[in-house]
Design a protein. Structure first.
Length: 239
């Protein structure tokens, strides 16, 4: 797996199963977060959007179905792949699960490799950028292997943090990230860095990318944070 590991949120109240899933998903290279209650999960999803969610059908606080419905109703979470876990005997309810917007369902007890295969299949579909060696966005190209960035084919010198920042944004073109989310994704969860640090590095990244150009691939979203500018991504590459 290249780049930032995809984040998976597991919403499950059976502790043993949660531990088993967390262990195996982390071993497969994912970043895993867990919540045991449906209502707590509803709050967690508003704080941070994972790349994929695994929802248990029967949950205290708020059911997996209702949670799924709410996720599909919000713009920020509408697109994330959802795998629903159901207990045997609930099969007749499966159709309902899928009609509320789950992408896939797995009946308990299931094999861990089977679940991993489904997770990986859904992520390959939803995040093709995450597995590519070279990311492209408009006139920008970022080569993860060679650690090289070009604009219109011309090499751009970036420090390691600016490189990671650009890579993070290019993996999710158009998505708006708060400073806290960028800190989390680029610097890591356990590092203490002030949010203003993000502005400093975005400033450096911009300066390096825009030297000799007037259009800026990075968009500042007032009150929210930063994103790649969709218009820049769609602009034809000048020859
Ligand atoms: Ca349950």
């Amino acid at each position: 797996m290249n780049g930032t590991p995809p984040r998976i949120l597991i919403v499950e109240d059976e502790e043993a199963l949660t531990l088993l899933l967390r262990y195996n998903l982390e071993a497969a290279g994912y970043e895993v977060d867990t919540v045991a209650r449906g209502d707590d999960a509803d709050i967690r999803f508003r704080e941070q959007t994972p790349d994929l969610a695994i929802l248990d059908w029967m949950l205290p606080g708020l059911s997996g179905i209702e949670l799924c419905r709410r996720l599909r109703a919000r713009a920020e979470t509408r697109q994330i792949p959802i795998i629903m876990l159901t207990a045997r005997g609930e099969e007749s309810e499966r159709v309902r699960g899928l009609s509320t917007g789950a992408d896939d369902y797995v009946v308990k007890p299931f094999s861990v490799p089977e679940l991993l295969a489904r997770v990986s299949a859904l992520l390959r579909r939803s995040l093709p950028e995450r597995v590519a060696d070279v990311l492209a966005f408009g006139a920008l190209a970022l080569d993860r292997e060679k650690k090289r960035v070009t604009r219109n084919g011309r090499a751009i010198d970036l420090g390691p943090t600016e490189f990671r920042l650009l890579e993070f944004l290019m993996e999710r073109p158009g998505r708006v990230f708060s400073r806290a989310q960028l800190l989390d994704g680029v610097w890591g969860r356990d590092v203490y860095v002030d949010e203003r640090t993000v502005d400093v590095h975005v400033g450096r990244l911009r300066k390096a990318l825009n030297r000799g150009y007037t259009d800026d691939p990075i968009r500042t979203v007032r009150g929210s944070g930063y994103a790649l500018n969709d218009k820049f991504g769609k602009a034809p590459v000048p020859s």
